[in-house]
Design a protein around this ligand. Sequence first.
Ligand code: MG
Length: 266
Amino acid sequence: MDFRQIRLFCFDMDGTIYLDRTPIPGAIELLNLLQERSIPFIYLTNNSSKSVKDYMKKLQEIGFPATEENFYTSGQAAGVYLTAHFPGVPCYVMGTDSLKSELKTYGVDVREEVSPEIGVFLAGYDTQLTYQKLTDACELLRRDVPFLATNPDWVCPMGKDEYLPDCGLMCQMLEVSTGKKPKFIGKPEPDMILQLLERFGVEKDACCMVGDRMYTDIASGLNAGVKTVCVLSGEVTKEEVLAAERQPDLLLDSVKDIYLALTDKQ
Ligand SMILES: [Mg+2]
């Protein structure tokens, strides 16, 4: 792959550019280089519980170039999706306060109580989940209100082998209770990347998705039809990648190899 032809880089975060709070060697250099060369880059995350400001603060603290425009969360993508497919339709949101305020910036009519005019239901990674919200969700889904969800992850890694229930698992509860399945918006669905291609006016061939998970990051890139780079600095092993049915365009030890390729040091 000729990285010099890439006009939009999408990076997964944990396992790809940092591990917990430690930058992957070469990652800060790569992001600074893209910044210097004015090549757009986006930090892509399925986590809809945190706001862009939370992520921006974390990345700036550990040394990465980061402004609000450099982030795209599944919560933001849900805002774009709702505006496009359900314009003006009242939406019950089972999500955090930060997700609700993010959706409002897209003009979504966010509702927190069940009423007859609600025309769509969105589930996020709700770290403020209550039984009342689950009850409301079941009532709406039984009424056949369209069911959307920000991300299919079952668990969210908290470091040191600790995992907490994520949006996908919350949707499992609702699915078992009501028999309704959501349309997911985050990775591995292509929606987030497709929305970014449109925003930046970039062709599929000139966009590259970089990540450490085959079943989310690489799958989303393949589903969107863009270039994919799998890195071995995080979750997946080389053996697992080679055994996978769908292959990334490129397998690299880490993002440092992209930096070296762009600076002719390889
Ligand atoms: Mg990752």
